[in-house]
Design a protein around this ligand. Sequence first.
Ligand code: NAI
Ligand code: MG
Length: 352
Amino acid sequence: ARKRRYDIAVIAGDGIGLEVVPAALRCLELVALRHEFTLDLTEYPWGSAYFQAHGAMMPTTGLDELAKHDAIFLGAVGVPEIPDVETLWGLLIPIRRTFDQYINLRPVRTLPGIPARVVGAGDVDLVIVRENVEGEYSAVGGRIYVGEPHEAAMQEAVFTRRGVARAARFAAELATTRSNRLTSATKSNGIVHTMPFWDEVVADTLAGYPGVSVDKVLIDALAAKLVLDPAGFDVIVASNLFGDILSDLAGAIAGSIGVAPSGNLNPEKKHPSMFEPVHGSAPDIAGQGVANPVGQLWAGAMMLEHLGEPAAAADLTAAFEACLADGLRTRDLGGTASTAEFTDGVAARLTA
Ligand code: NAI
Ligand code: MG
């Protein structure tokens, strides 16, 4: 009998989410069987089709429903027919904020058979710790004189001591399990209120971690350094906006957007955390069966790790890495494998 059970809410969403989520679930079920635990999956048909039918991305009871689960496994949301602001603020952002998923964790690693896009980049192995619930992505602000020639818009960034400190603490803890090196992304020369505050709170927090060295780098210079020497970085802590941009940049350097995973974490596990690939719904290739399932699989491995199944997570990661090392590759990586063929390869390794 399998004693350990995890209750997972699954939102495949839109576009290729509907292809890569089933692919990843198939492999997750196999790895669970092998490691003798059970994944109780509840699938929620929310997203843009739900929006077309009901005028909202999820029912009003959606968040209460999700709150009951141990974790949320998400594909992607968004279709060309609906403004992205609806899909984002109707589903993703409410989930992140309601469940206090204040860390967005994005590992970036060179995978076998996927050459870095930057010549001479070496082996990249870094993690971006992005503050996920405040900062620049706030709803504070508005417009005045709408439609007038002198129309104006204001958008306030919100940084709290609690918010910055807990992101810095998470990053520092992570650094102690890695190389003890932390980079903090800032812009305290140009953004004169929030960013000096960020620097101050990061420094105060890191005083509690004498073994961890912190390098404070201006975001513009950091973007350039990341391109020139991605292997020179380990853990990077950044605000919501800076972390968003840096993680797409770092992901692109290391290979393809199709392989990058992310975890929206409530580290205290008071609320469910959410695991998703970095990519979106890719309407340009949706329905063709060619989407790369690696980002979704890797997000699944991060979920297992968070649930306390590190051996299963490592097994799953090793299985897709072995497929890549063997030259099994989807079109985005220059190969010819379909989503199904790649998934078959991973499944075969998990049942061998
Ligand atoms: P995207 O990530 O969906 O696609 C960008 C490019 O990468 C496309 O050419 C796509 O074909 C390719 N691509 C992405 N994932 C791939 C995979 N697994 N395998 C092979 N190729 C892959 O970003 P885009 O086009 O900017 O956005 C499309 C929609 O997705 C929009 O509605 C956007 O709002 C939404 N989106 C949703 C996210 C989420 O649900 N978390 C995140 C990013 C975008
Ligand atoms: Mg992004």
